[in-house]
Write a protein that binds this ligand. Structure first.
Ligand SMILES: Cc1ncc(COP(=O)(O)O)c(C=O)c1O
Length: 375
């Protein structure tokens, strides 16, 4: 069996042809594919504006510079990739880590307690962990009641739905961000996007993506004006051509991910392997996370990872609590009361989940997992 990673891209000839055609075109960057990809993403996510950028971290950075001020307190989750809370620090604001609920997402009831006890809290950065959005009615309630800024990190969740509300639609948030890293649902190699329904925010983000520079029709042909300290977070036309080609297949990719999730759900029924959640129509399944109580087994989590690796299967862990990272500890974090996150971290790991995972490969993963666990 070839190596089976926890996630990888699905690229076909259509994708390759799209990139090659752009290489033959007049524009490798700052060309027509940028806007085309932005408009296609806006259509897909049912949102007014999209700004595509170099990667998901750049999306978080620009959104944070646009939304936050120095010293702002921001509630966020320890259960994410580092980039989510790092972006709060980039804006010289202050992350406050809140425990997770049993679905792996930030506990919005605890967020409400924090908002009640500290009216100076300015924002929530909520991550749609593993592909499932945070509860939208609770998010709406918090946004309206406490008048807070809301950023949804939908890096895991393009295509996810809660009822009529789709991820990155910014129905109950100011901005959402997406990532197009190869392990995500659709890829541009590196790449990301910010979505918003606010024209003012959109215009600011476009400016910040390009050095804070503005060029208007009234200006002389050579003129440009720098109005903010921005960045070069542009994405190339080749990448956007790849993204456009991938986007056409996105619903198919997600349908396949759901099929794989349902097969895992069935395989783990009544076993020691507990899915973080079973299929309920909401997740677009970036990850398939399971939990195992290792105190009931003869092997440690480290043994499990190593023995699965020896069988050519790459497990992954999402995530080490961000507040426990050495850098965050050096800033005084690490002593938060997060019992649900602590227990989750002890037990969780992610199984292979990607559109091109074959049924045969998945059966091999399941059989190998039970073989290793049962010793
Ligand atoms: C939840 C989350 N947010 C943000 C990012 C950053 O995205 P990128 O890797 O495209 O910079 C990631 C990437 O893994 C992520 O998982």
């Amino acid at each position: 069996m070839n190596f089976i990673p926890y996630g990888k891209q699905s690229i076909d000839q259509h994708d390759i042809d799209a990139v090659v055609a752009t290489l033959h075109s007049d524009y490798l960057t700052t060309g027509p594919k940028i806007k085309e990809f932005e408009e296609a993403l806006s259509d897909y996510c049912k949102v007014n504006y999209t700004v595509v950028v170099a990667n998901g971290t750049a999306a978080l950075h620009l959104a944070s510079i646009a939304l936050l001020n120095e010293g702002d307190k921001v509630l966020t989750t320890p259960n994410s990739f580092l980039a989510t809370s790092n972006a709060i620090l980039y804006a010289r604001a202050k992350p406050i880590f809140i425990d997770i609920a049993i679905d792996g997402n930030i506990d919005l009831d605890l967020c409400e307690e924090a908002l009640k006890s500290d009216p100076s809290i300015k924002a929530i950065y909520a991550v749609a962990f593993s592909g499932r959005m945070v509860n939208q009615s609770k998010l709406k309630h918090l946004k309206e009641t406490y008048n807070i800024i809301v950023l949804e990190d939908c890096a895991h969740a393009i295509g996810a739905k809660e009822g009529e509300i789709g991820s990155a639609s910014c129905t109950n948030s100011d901005v959402s961000i997406l990532s197009f890293h190869p392990v995500k649902h659709l890829t541009t190699a590196e790449g990301g996007a910010i979505t918003t329904n606010s024209k003012a925010l959109y215009e600011k983000l476009i400016m910040l993506r390009g050095h804070g520079m503005v060029k208007t029709p009234e200006m002389k042909p050579w003129e440009y004006e720098m109005r903010e300290l921005g960045f070069n977070y542009r994405i190339t036309d080749m990448q956007c051509a790849l993204g456009l080609s991938q986007l056409q297949k996105l619903d198919g990719f997600i349908a396949r991910r759901i099929e794989i999730a349902k097969r895992y759900d069935t395989a783990f029924e009544n076993s020691i392997v507990k899915p973080l959640y079973t299929y309920d129509g909401k997740s677009s399944y970036h990850l398939y996370v399971v939990q195992v109580d290792f105190s009931l087994l003869n092997i440690s989590k480290e043994d499990l990872f190593n023995q699965m690796r020896a069988k050519n299967i790459g497990l992954q862990l999402h995530y080490i609590p961000i507040n426990q990272q050495p850098y965050y500890k050096s800033l005084g974090y690490g002593n938060e009361q997060t019992p649900v996150m602590d227990n989750y971290y002890e037990q969780c790991f992610s199984l292979p989940m990607y559109a091109s995972l074959s049924n045969e490969e998945q059966e091999y993963v399941i059989a190998s997992l039970f073989e290793v666990i049962n010793g």
